[in-house]
Each structure stands twice: as C-alpha cells, then as structure tokens.
Design a protein around this ligand. Structure first.
Ligand code: SAM
Length: 292
C-alpha cells in the first residue's frame, strides 16, 4: 500500500477519466509511486498468496487493472501453462504494461478497457484477478457482474483488496499514535470516496456472495514493509506515504487528519533521533475467492 505505497496508497477514483490529472493514473498515482509501492510490499509471500488461489494446469487469466504488470511478471514464471490478458482503463498504462511484459512472450497480452465493460467474450477465462483495482471502482457490484460474465462456469474470481483503516506501524515496539493518526486519515478518505472504497477488503466476501459467486472463501494477509534501519529512514518513508495519500486524493494541506499525521511524525523524529531499529508498516489485505 503509498510513496512507498502499500495497498494503502492505491488511492483515488478510477472512474474519473485517465487524463484527469497530468502524470497520475485513474488511481491517482504516478507511475513512480505505483511502482515504488509495489517494490516495497509485493514480496514472495504476496505472490504465493495469489498462486495459491490459481487452478492447477492450464488457465486463462484476466487481470483487472493490470497497472505495470506486477501480476504477470510474478505469476507467469510459476504458471508456465497460463495465458494472461491484462486490462487497464488507462491506455498509457496499458501500453507501458504491454512493453514490460513482452519478454514473457505471446501468452501475455494487454488491452486498454474498463472492468465495467470488458473487451472480451463471455465464458472466456478460468480466472479473473483484481489486485487493488476494485477499490477504485464506484460500482463494485457492476464490476463483479462483468467478471462473472467473462468467467467460464466453475471459473474463479480472485480479488485482493486492503482494509486501509487498519494501519500498523512499529519501530522497536508499537507506535499507537501513528496507527491512530493514519487510521483517521484513511477514515477521512473513506468519507470523501477517494479512492472509491479505501476499506473494501472486509466487504469483499459479502459482495461476492451478493454477486452470485459460490463457495466464497477468504483469508487475511498482512502486506508489509519491514526493515532494519535508522529511525530517520523509517520516518521519511512514512512521511512519503502521507505525501502520496495527500496528492493522490487531492487533500488540502490544511486537512486536519493530514496535519495530525505530520505532527505525530514530527514528535517521533524528536523521540527517535539517532536510533537504529526494526521498522514495520503493515496493512491487512483480504484475498477473496469466489466460483462462477
Ligand atoms: C492501484 S493500481 C493496481 C495495479 C495492479 N493491479 C497492481 O496491483 O500492481 C489500480 C489500477 O486499476 C486501473 N483501473 C482503475 N479503474 C479501472 C477500471 N474501471 N477498469 C480497468 N482498470 C481500472 C488503474 O488504471 C490502475 O492501473
């Protein structure tokens, strides 16, 4: 998840036009912010979480909101018989992704299009994947219904979305003031709808059930960025998270919850100055699987 984006930084309403703000995608993030975030928290454990939800043998996978192809580049090497089709609302991202995944060969392709009107026939895929994309879509039931349309009977939707209200920061112990300040910041984003659904994760099982998916199962995985480092490095990174949140959701610098985060960070800079320690920023991600 944000600057250093954890699923938490995946902010903004993707239903706005992709060119709404120069240099920012429909999720409100710049290319650098999105890629830096993925580098920070998309680790082998996260890849294993996705692989664990895939069927055995050959399958065709549609990746909703493929971004810069992190799912393709991490999953396909471990699934040699899988065919991948990435879809992204932002044609610039779709083009960049197509170039990035070229080394994977003809089994990986990308098209520009919306998760609400997928440019493909019914019953054409065994898996539809969404990693931090549904949270950016206003009408999640409509996106789930469209996912069901393209899934073959028995195919599965695999959706992984964060619960950004739960922010866990640690530096050689708990930092409850920082947890609370960021939780309040994300509560504010929820009330603004920027992104559309910052706390979508825990709502996923019920939404999949209501959309008609069967055998709905879910588990919670902590996406995390964990380091041994000087306190200053940790606090710089967390400040970067707040910066990305503010920029992607177009918050005023006077937004009280943002000011509170900055104030808590400033206090911690004083308290922890010169310390080396073990830092964590973790956010729960809900992986939900439903059968069409
Ligand atoms: C936070 S990024 C996640 C990218 C990728 N799934 C990953 O985890 O690296 C969300 C992506 O969804 C795309 N997106 C947003 N709304 C969409 C929609 N309605 N249809 C298709 N893609 C959409 C954005 O352009 C963005 O690339």
């Amino acid at each position: 998840m944000t600057g250093n984006a954890m699923p938490s930084d995946d902010l903004n309403d993707s239903n706005s036009t992709p060119e709404a703000r120069e240099g920012r995608g429909p999720d409100g993030l710049t290319e650098q912010e999105l890629r830096r975030g993925r580098a920070e928290w998309w680790d082998d454990a996260f890849t294993a979480l996705l692989l664990d939800a895939m069927p055995d043998g050959p399958f065709r996978l549609v990746d909703l909101g493929c971004g810069y192809g992190h799912a393709a580049t991490t999953l396909l090497p471990a699934a040699p018989e899988a065919q991948y089709l990435g879809v992204d609302l932002d044609p610039v991202r779709a083009a960049a992704c197509a170039e990035l995944i070229q080394p994977l060969g003809g089994r990986a392709r990308v098209v520009a299009g919306s998760a609400l009107a997928l440019p493909m026939a019914a019953d054409c895929a065994e898996v539809v994947l969404s990693v931090s994309t549904l949270m950016h879509i206003d009408d999640v039931p409509a996106a789930l219904s469209e996912a069901r349309r393209v899934l073959r009977p028995g195919g599965r939707l695999v959706a992984v979305e964060p619960d950004n209200r739960v922010q866990m920061f640690r530096f050689d112990g708990s930092l409850p003031g920082l947890d609370r300040a960021f939780s309040a910041l994300f509560a504010r984003l929820t009330s603004l709808g920027k992104p559309a659904h910052p706390e979508l994760g825990p709502q996923l099982p019920a939404l999949l059930g209501a959309a008609g998916f069967d055998q709905v199962g879910f588990r919670v995985h902590m996406t995390q960025s964990a380091h041994a480092e000087p306190a200053e490095t940790f606090l710089d990174r967390v400040s970067g998270v707040a910066d990305v949140v503010a920029a992607s959701a177009e918050l005023s610098e006077q937004e009280p919850t943002l000011l509170e985060c900055r104030q808590v960070l400033a206090q911690l800079r004083e308290q922890l100055a010169g310390h080396e320690g073990y830092s964590v920023h973790a956010v729960p991600s809900w992986r939900c699987v439903g059968v069409a």
